[in-house]
Design a protein around this ligand. Structure first.
Ligand SMILES: Nc1ncnc2c1ncn2[C@@H]1O[C@H](COP(=O)(O)OP(=O)(O)OP(=O)(O)O)[C@@H](O)[C@H]1O
Length: 258
């Protein structure tokens, strides 16, 4: 008999996570698992807490004055709120790509090398090898290998976004958080990012916020539907789109509100 395939491990997991901005509750008691080497899409109408949840996974909300939380998030079974945890190391392990690509006004090479230099890597050959590996990982190498010294600002929007993905990959994260990474891109650049996400999940665990339900259906293995700060349901993407258990999910995925 063939061996039973192993159940995917939860790389991250939130448990009863509530996050407030001052006294305003943005997410309420969210318990959600992010399985390893899968793409988990977070969907829901504007303001329902998707980005807040995503930012909670690497404690980016800590940077917002007045933000406070209850409950916790586990990474490989350890609470990311543990007082002995190094937040800089957490953000290296759980990297982030934003909606609007935000390259530094530096060369293509330096954009990718930045995090490595900050981390203390000085050896030129090692830096060059890591930059190449990251650009290859972000499916950008062939397009930029002859212009690494040129400004990153001269790249197209889609290339800039893949450069930001390369920059995130350079520090060898384990999880990638993507907040609407393709919403500012044209359909061709979007298709490239989606194809890339599909390739990246072999190596990384991915959580992605998207407004685009077709995109969630195309790229994700699991989909979590948020509504007014609550996690309404989460399950295999195909089931969420074809046979949701909750009426609110059905209304949302069939476009009755949004
Ligand atoms: N820095 C902040 N300070 C105060 N309130 C905030 C802050 N960021 C978000 N909020 C509020 O928290 C709630 C959740 O916002 P969040 O951005 O997480 O939702 P979202 O689902 O990602 O929305 P969108 O799809 O529009 O980006 C909203 O009511 C929002 O106004």
């Amino acid at each position: 008999m063939p061996p039973t395939p192993a159940t995917p491990r939860n790389k991250m997991e939130s448990r009863d996570l509530t996050l407030r901005y001052g006294s305003k509750v943005a997410i309420k008691q969210v318990s959600l698992a992010i399985p390893e080497h899968k793409v988990t899409a977070l969907i829901g109408p504007s303001g329902c807490g998707k980005s807040t949840f995503l930012r909670s996974l690497n404690r980016m909300n800590d940077l917002i004055a007045g933000a406070n939380h209850e409950g916790t998030v586990f990474l490989d079974g350890r609470s990311i709120h543990d007082r002995t945890l190094d937040v800089v190391d957490l953000r290296r392990r759980v990297g982030m790509v934003f909606q609007k690509s935000n390259p530094f006004p530096k060369s293509i090479f330096e954009n990718v090398a930045y995090g490595l230099r900050v981390g203390g890597l000085k050896d030129k050959a090692k830096l060059a090898a890591r930059v190449e590996k990251s650009l290859r990982g972000a499916a950008l190498w062939d397009e930029v290998k002859d212009r690494l010294d040129e400004s990153a600002l001269g790249l197209s929007g889609g290339q800039q976004q893949r450069l930001c993905i390369a920059r995130a990959l350079a520090v060898e994260p384990e999880v990638l958080l993507m907040d609407e990474p393709a919403s500012a891109l044209d359909p061709i650049a979007t298709a490239k990012i989606e194809e890339l996400i599909h390739e990246l999940k072999a190596t990384y665990t991915i959580a992605i916020v998207t407004h685009n339900m077709q995109q969630a259906a195309r790229v994700s293995d699991r989909t979590a539907f948020f509504y007014m700060g609550e996690l309404v349901e989460c399950g295999p993407t195909e089931r969420i789109f074809t046979n949701p258990q909750e009426k609110r999910t059905e209304d949302y995925v069939t476009g009755k509100f949004g």
